[in-house]
Design a protein around this ligand. Structure first.
Ligand SMILES: [Zn+2]
Length: 224
């Protein structure tokens, strides 16, 4: 019995040391959206108001638990969240600082990737970002890793899909307040036009102005 008791304590302790992390922006500022109380209320509504609802009152309890990230706004199922042991926080901070040092020369510069798409490399909201402008859309991607600091840069990225860090709205014609912070007025003016070939136009302008500083090879989930 005593052995089982100790094992129980150990596994509880293990669970407590784990924190959920947003897989897109790596924030631990996460809330559970669907609470047990809400599930109970839904079950009661089914029982009281739906004919034979008592037979389906279990349904709310098997629906997936959804977490929302308060930083980037993305919602994910519990099993899609990453977990981190808080004891690894120091390693995590070291890796962050190392990545920052390696990316430092490239902040606020434009890069062109192997598909001839242009992106601005920025640090904002404590994230290392690539702001991509294609003909169809403007998207934001977090840089997870850099394999190669010599040119071409070899970057690993993940697409940020949450609403809190949206760069543009209205079919990509209007920059958000956050989007305006990431671009100079001149760059924003190049993007903020009604042309359909926005990405090509921006790239051609950057090339003519000699503002594409680096070529990158992206090993990415950038359009995921
Ligand atoms: Zn997030």
């Amino acid at each position: 019995m005593s052995v089982l008791h100790i094992e129980g304590l150990a596994s509880n302790r293990k669970e407590r040391l784990k924190v959920s992390i947003c897989p897109e922006c790596m924030s631990d500022n996460i809330d559970q959206r669907s609470s047990i109380a809400l599930r109970v209320v839904c079950a009661l509504i089914l029982i009281v108001f739906v004919p034979l609802g008592i037979f389906i009152a279990w349904v709310p309890f098997v629906l997936p638990i959804i977490y929302q990230c308060n930083k980037c706004g993305v919602s994910k199922r519990k099993e899609e969240m990453e977990t981190m042991d808080w004891r690894d926080k120091e390693t995590f901070t070291d890796e962050y600082q190392m990545l920052e040092q390696r990316l430092l020369p490239y902040f606020n510069t434009w890069i062109e990737d192997q598909d001839n798409q242009v992106a601005k490399l920025i640090k904002a909201e404590s994230l290392f970002l690539l702001l991509y402008v294609t003909n169809e859309q403007i998207t934001l991607h977090r840089i997870k890793e850099i394999d190669e600091v010599e040119l071409p840069l070899r970057l690993h990225t993940v697409h940020l899909t949450g609403n809190h860090l949206k760069v543009a709205r209205n079919n990509y014609l209007t920059l958000t307040e956050f989007g305006k912070k990431l671009l100079t007025d001149e760059e924003a003016a190049m993007i903020h036009n009604e042309e359909t070939k926005r990405g090509t136009k921006l790239r051609d302008w950057l090339r003519v102005e000699d503002r594409i500083a680096h070529i990158a090879d992206l090993q990415s989930e950038k359009m995921a």
